[in-house]
Design a protein around this ligand. Structure first.
Ligand code: SF4
Length: 362
């Protein structure tokens, strides 16, 4: 087995890790050493001293969803959750609030809605762009794109082209969970396969759309499956770079929030600890040596752990999230405004820099 010292040297040299090496790093490295190495790698990759953040607003198109993922407490049918669909008036109010706070992007998500065809999304995007021409639409995600394409009898490419023509600006990395079909069959059997998730991202990147990679971990996956998810993203990123695509701009990982979900009821649920999340962020920074930004995920792990992760590989705090309903449906209600975000980053010892979706500093 390669010693930890050799693995640290590999990390600092930007060399690729095998699955066995990644697992050894996870299991054997003391957290303080791991975070120190990850921080040095972060400094090499994106510089020292600055932490980026963003203002955007989550708006859920609806909570009607045919996927019924076992880990989700948000969709209609999960417990006693009532059906809602966001009205035009509600969009107007929410986006006006976003603009007043200096934001320029909405994260629009809705799940797999059997009532909505591609033409309905096109109409919604066109209307939003006509009402708010300067607002960027960061919308849907690979599982929604697969679902819309299949129902419309279109290819992924055709579906994305029509969505972009209607106003889609960038594609969130939603629905990656763990890119392993054994895991996906257990937690979200009706949702896109791992290969389909990657194929949507491949096409989106070929079209020049900005994309990010995600991970929802800490449920039924084995450690090996969790770490292989990182290596799959790294390999995909290498393919993107070789093909001349921009690739993923960032990696965003959050632990499964089990409260009230069917998944937690069916499996032995042990919430991920702050220490485990710090380990995940550090290992991700080291293994994902070709993805520039690692996000701290304050919304799920809280302000304190997120601040600590800035010294262990993370360089971005994500959005202040004026509105968030999916994580909140599991009982997590962390909130942060603009002043809170900048204060948190300063208190952690970094300079806050507001950015846009392309990670350009504002
Ligand atoms: S996680 Fe998304 S796709 Fe799954 S049930 Fe919830 S809303 Fe639907």
């Amino acid at each position: 087995m390669t010693t930890l010292g050799v693995l640290y040297e590999k990390a600092l040299a930007g060399e690729w890790f095998s699955l066995a090496e990644t697992q050894h790093l996870w299991e054997a490295a003391p957290l303080d050493e791991l975070m120190a190495v990850a921080h040095r790698v972060r400094c090499q990759q994106v510089g020292v001293g600055e932490v980026t953040w963003q203002i955007d607003r989550n708006i859920n198109i609806t909570n009607a969803c045919a996927s019924a993922c076992l880990f989700c407490g948000f969709h209609v049918g999960a417990g006693n959750v009532p059906l809602f669909t966001t009205t035009k008036e509600a969009y107007r109010l929410k986006i006006a609030e976003l603009l007043a706070l200096g934001g320029d992007q909405v994260l629009l998500q809705g799940g797999l809605d059997p009532r909505m065809a591609l033409a309905d999304y096109e109409a919604l995007f066109r209307w939003l762009k006509s009402e708010f021409p300067t607002v960027k639409l960061h919308a849907l995600g690979p599982p929604e794109v697969v679902y819309i394409a299949e129902r419309g009898g279109l290819s992924i490419r055709q579906t994305l082209e029509r969505l972009v023509a209607a106003g889609l600006d960038s594609l969130p990395g939603a629905g990656a969970e763990i890119l392993n079909d054994r895991v996906r069959q257990l937690i979200s059997p009706r949702k896109a396969s791992a290969a389909a998730w990657l194929e949507v991202m491949r096409e989106a990147q070929r079209m020049g759309l900005l994309t990010s990679a995600t991970m929802m971990y800490g449920h039924v996956e084995t450690l090996s499956e969790r770490l292989q998810h990182l290596l799959t993203l790294r390999d995909f990123q290498a393919e993107a770079v070789a093909e001349g695509r921009r690739g993923f701009l960032a990696f965003i990982a959050w632990p499964f929030q089990g409260n009230g979900t069917r998944l937690a009821a069916q499996y032995h649920y042990q919430p991920v600890t702050g220490t485990e999340h710090l380990r995940l962020i550090a290992v991700a920074r080291i293994v994902l040596c070709n993805i520039p930004h690692i996000q701290a995920s304050w919304l799920t792990v809280g302000h304190e752990v997120a601040a600590q992760s800035l010294w262990g590989g993370a360089d971005d705090m994500g959005s202040i999230m004026i509105e968030e309903n999916v994580v909140a449906s599991t009982g997590r209600h962390f909130r942060m405004d603009k002043a809170g975000m900048t204060a948190l980053i300063c208190d952690a010892g970094f300079t806050p820099r507001q950015r846009n979706q392309a990670y350009e500093l504002l």
